[in-house]
Structures are given as structure tokens and as C-alpha cells.
Design a protein around this ligand. Structure first.
Ligand code: URA
Length: 235
């Protein structure tokens, strides 16, 4: 088998990772779960503060900080990404790096005000590897299923408070996080998926796919077209 490239943001959830991160024993790995850290009855500000010290999985060990969601409870739309990237990890805010810039432009073109959205990620810590051959750059690694589900209680608490009219899942990982592991962004993107007792989900590509594409204009146009479906819902 040839060398494997690292998974790209939003590309999908890898199989449960083998091996244990430093400082994490077999026993503690099997207990990945953020729920003991999520305070009951908390508002967004209290959730954010509590998330700063989340130890529900090992990802906090190497990340700079928790990157919690941003926005307020009146938001009509939730934008859900996979996990913070390098810049988000440094700045402590979601979607403030290159993918965030693409997202901002696409939202504007689709007629959606980012300021009116609650922006968050399925996983709240940056997962990466450092490859010396690439100048010590921190290279994104896809979160494992276990890390995704460990972090789920934070997202559940956020969605319980924000209760948007529509949730936009950016990329395969975010889509699987809210629609289940059988979700395929390639098959269902741009479709408003209704859910019993929960806000509908519109899945689309991750904005970083635009940055990686050979034909950026076409891929970007597809993202904007999907977001226009959301803009229509909000009209
Ligand atoms: N990619 C994501 O999925 N989320 C971010 O916050 C940044 C990049």
C-alpha cells in the first residue's frame, strides 16, 4: 500500500483511531465523553466557560484552546463545521481562517448575513499531526468517531439553546454528526432534510473543498447554490 495522505477537513470521519494519545490509558480512552463537563441549565456564556476545561477526550492535550461556538440564541441559522483549524485553534474562534473566508464570501453571495448565524463545530478542539517534512506545519487530522461522539453533548447543549430554523452541515463530517453515519454529502447536498422535532438540515460541501479544488469557481458556485436554498428558507 502506498503512503496515505492525511484526511482533509470535512472529508469524513475516519475509523476509530488506533493507539493511545500520550497520557491517555486504555481505560480513559474508552470513557471518551464530554457530558460530565457540560453544566445543566447553563446559558451559552456558561457553556463556553465550562468548555474551556473540557477533558472529555484527549484532544485538549495538544490543542491551544477550546474553540466554542459563536453567536447568540436568537440566531435563525446554525453553521456547523467539523473542527477548528490551525488559525481557529490559535485565535479561539470558529471559521476565522482560509475556509472561514470562503464561507463568509459564499454566505454573502447567497444573501445570508453571517452575523445572524450561530457558528460552531462538531468537535471543539483542533486535531493535527506535525510533519517535519512539511516545515513543522500542523496538518489537520480528521476526528475519530469516538472523539465526535464524545464532543456531541456540547453541540446538543448549543442546539438546545439556539434552536435555529435551519442547520447547515458543512462537509461530510458535520453531516454525519447530525444525520448519522450513512449520510453522504455527495448524494444529498443542497437538499433540505426534515427531522422529527428538530430543525431541518441542509448539507453542503466544506468550504475548504473550494480551496483544494482544481476548478475553484465551479466548486464555489456549487456552495453558493446550496446556501441559496437556506436563504430561501429564511425569507
Ligand atoms: N474548518 C472547520 O470545519 N471549522 C472551523 O472552524 C475552521 C475550519
Amino acid at each position: 500500500m502506498g503512503p496515505q495522505r492525511p484526511a482533509l477537513p470535512g472529508e469524513g470521519v475516519e475509523a476509530v483511531s488506533a493507539g493511545h494519545p500520550p497520557g491517555m490509558s486504555e481505560t480513559s480512552e474508552s470513557a471518551y465523553d464530554a457530558s460530565p463537563f457540560v453544566p445543566g441549565g447553563a446559558d451559552l456564556a456558561a457553556l463556553r466557560t465550562a468548555a474551556e476545561t473540557c477533558r472529555g477526550c484527549p484532544l485538549h492535550q495538544d490543542a491551544t484552546q477550546t474553540v466554542f461556538g459563536e453567536g447568540d440564541t436568537a440566531a435563525r441559522i446554525v453553521l456547523l463545521g467539523e473542527q477548528p483549524g490551525d488559525q481557529e485553534d490559535r485565535k479561539g474562534r470558529p471559521f476565522v481562517g482560509p475556509a472561514g473566508r470562503v464561507l463568509g464570501e459564499a454566505l454573502e453571495e447567497a444573501g445570508i448575513d453571517r452575523g445572524e448565524a450561530y457558528v460552531t463545530n462538531a468537535v471543539k478542539h483542533f486535531k493535527f499531526t506535525v510533519e517535519p517534512a512539511r516545515g513543522k506545519r500542523r496538518i489537520h487530522k480528521a476526528p475519530s468517531l469516538r472523539e465526535m461522539s464524545a464532543c456531541g453533548p456540547w453541540l446538543e447543549a448549543e442546539l438546545g439553546l439556539v434552536d435555529p430554523e435551519v442547520l447547515v452541515a458543512l462537509g461530510a463530517t458535520a453531516g454525519k454528526g447530525v444525520l448519522g453515519s450513512s449520510y453522504r454529502v455527495t448524494r444529498r447536498r443542497g437538499e433540505l432534510i426534515e427531522r422529527e422535532g428538530k430543525p431541518p438540515v441542509l448539507g453542503t460541501i466544506h468550504p475548504s473543498a473550494v480551496l483544494r479544488a482544481d476548478d475553484r469557481d465551479a466548486v464555489y458556485a456549487g456552495l453558493v447554490a446550496d446556501l441559496r436554498v437556506v436563504a430561501d428558507v429564511l425569507r
